[in-house]
Design a protein around this ligand. Structure first.
Ligand SMILES: N[C@@H](Cc1ccccc1)C(=O)O
Length: 522
């Protein structure tokens, strides 16, 4: 099957100068040549020819045939034998017409070296030129007949002497006289050398022919720009090799921002766009800001060691001004001036001073309210900590987004509207259920719908801060507040079923995520 014209043009366009030269060389050699010939005609080195041939072969333009040959030549000893004759020939000659001679006399009566005598007798017998009878060497008729003729091995010896080397095909076993002679010589050590040698033959294929027929322009095409070309300006006259966007390439894994970070950024953008101011607090917090100022009684279950991480060092954190501390104490003990009864116990300053890892970001909202005057809209994102057993949907450490809106005419309906709007912007449908928090009334839990599971899952709490919270902070307007978990939202957005995957260093699934989902990061 041959290529169409478009394909031919594309192939030509992609050929490197060396590949073009090899094709040129093959064209002038009649579509078939050994690499050495291309080296000659195209003035290339053998390495360049071979690597270009490899590429041409991979593109189907040529075929590279490999021919393994044995190169046979004579050793120095072999050459000496070729000149002086093999020992058995020397012995036969020096015996002349003598048909027999005792073995022990051979040394004296012939001109053979002592070391040759044994070999000579051995081969005389092997070649059936002589027999040994009770210590006497007797020349046979065959021996006499061969006085004036060359045996097979002697002929090969002569040929090798003349030709210096002879190529033999190792895959073919030929029973001609050359091979017989060659095998005989090989049985004697140190006469002939056999080396393997690969010979390549480059043959143009039909596709290659089509490319050659189209005409190959030897203009140098550059695949890489060098410093030199830029400096001298020679790049202006160069022809550049076009990109092959289909070329094989190693798989790469670009760095990307972790999806959880991205979702946090997306959430931040939503609130910033809704006109909220961003704030933040500390991970290490006093029980006062985490619990007490939120009207959470000091014997509340959530404060217990099994739910909250208490810190040994620093064991205690600083409390704010006595004013606010005393107002909080008042509210806890008997409701302050809110009209509420409070919790009716004796509030302990030491308990409020304990250091904790914040269990929610609501403490950020409390601190903000203490510092700023309504009207205000504030959100914060941060890590919170709870003594949870790790499961597919629980982590002892996770993120919350927390927010408050404080203004004269703010009400519970606004709260539901804001939460609905927030989830809507992230692509979720939300519903509300009544709930209880010590610091809000009315209180609600929000749930979002999971189409895959056809069920609702709880994502966070919210409510209107109680007067017992607002009064000590000096806030006179209503305040709506919410605190929503982020990891569960991330699970839904990313379609993962185990929350732990968000914190695993196993990057397998992260590799499959797109590099960007279009969320702008600062
Ligand atoms: N702090 C609550 C959420 C909440 C925030 C604000 C008001 C009401 C509830 C939680 O962590 O679950």
């Amino acid at each position: 099957m041959t290529m169409n014209a478009d394909k031919i043009d594309k192939v030509i366009d992609e050929l490197h100068i060396n590949e073009k030269k090899v094709l040129k060389g093959l064209e002038s050699a009649g579509l078939e040549a050994i690499p050495e010939e291309i080296v000659e005609t195209q003035k290339m080195n053998i390495k360049a020819v071979m690597s270009a041939a490899g590429i041409l072969e991979s593109r189907g333009l040529i075929e590279v045939q490999k021919d393994e040959k044995n190169v046979v030549s004579l050793t120095d000893d072999g050459k000496q034998y070729a000149q002086e004759g093999l020992p058995e020939r020397k012995l036969l000659k020096s015996l002349g017409e003598n048909k027999s001679i005792p073995m022990k006399d051979i040394g004296q009566k012939t001109n053979l070296e002592p070391s040759e005598v044994k070999i000579a007798i051995g081969w005389l017998v092997r070649k059936k030129w002589a027999k040994i009878n009770q210590g006497i060497v007797e020349i046979t008729n065959e021996g006499l007949n061969s006085l004036n003729t060359q045996s097979d091995d002697e002929q090969v010896l002569d040929k090798l002497m003349d030709a210096q080397k002879i190529l033999m095909d190792p895959t073919k076993i030929i029973k001609d006289s050359f091979n017989l002679g060659f095998n005989l010589l090989k049985q004697r050590k140190g006469i002939i050398n056999v080396k393997k040698d690969s010979q390549y033959l480059l043959k143009v294929t039909e596709d290659g022919k089509a490319v050659i027929d189209k005409g190959i322009d030897l203009t140098y095409t550059v695949s890489q720009l060098t410093h030199e070309q830029l400096k001298t300006g020679s790049w202006k006259s160069l022809k550049f090799r076009s990109y092959d966007i289909n070329a094989e390439h190693p798989e790469t894994f670009p760095g990307k921002i972790h999806p959880l970070t991205r979702i946090i950024e997306e959430i931040r953008n939503v609130f910033l766009n809704m006109g909220f101011t961003e704030s933040s607090g500390n991970i290490l917090e006093s029980a006062f800001w985490n619990f007490d100022c939120l009207f959470q009684p000091q014997d509340h279950a959530a404060r217990e060691m099994q739910d909250t991480f208490y810190i040994k060092n620093p064991q205690y954190s600083k409390l704010p001004d006595n004013d606010i501390v005393n107002r909080v104490k008042d509210v806890h003990e008997h409701g302050g001036s809110t009209g509420s009864e409070g919790w009716n116990y004796s509030w302990d300053r030491e308990v409020a001073k304990q250091s904790v890892l914040r269990t929610h970001t609501t403490c950020v909202s409390a601190r903000f309210l203490e510092e700023y005057e309504p009207p205000l809209k504030m959100f914060s994102v941060g890590r919170v900590f709870r003594r949870e057993t790790i499961t597919y949907k629980h982590l002892p450490e996770f993120h919350q987004v927390e927010g408050i809106v404080a203004a004269e005419d703010i009400n519970y309906k606004n709260l539901l509207g804001i939460i609905e709007e927030f989830y809507h912007k992230l692509g979720f449908k939300v519903r509300f259920r009544p709930a209880y928090f010590p610091y809000t009334y009315l209180s609600t839990e929000c749930e979002i719908y999971l189409p895959q599971k056809e069920s609702w899952i709880e994502l966070g709490g919210s409510g209107m801060f109680r007067p017992e919270v607002l009064e000590p902070l000096g806030v006179e307007t209503p305040v709506l507040a919410f605190g929503l978990g982020i990891e569960r939202l991330a699970m839904l957005k990313l379609g993962i079923s185990d929350i732990r995957m968000l914190y695993k260093s196993d990057i397998g699934w992260l590799r499959d995520l797109p590099v960007s989902d279009g969320v702008k990061l600062k």
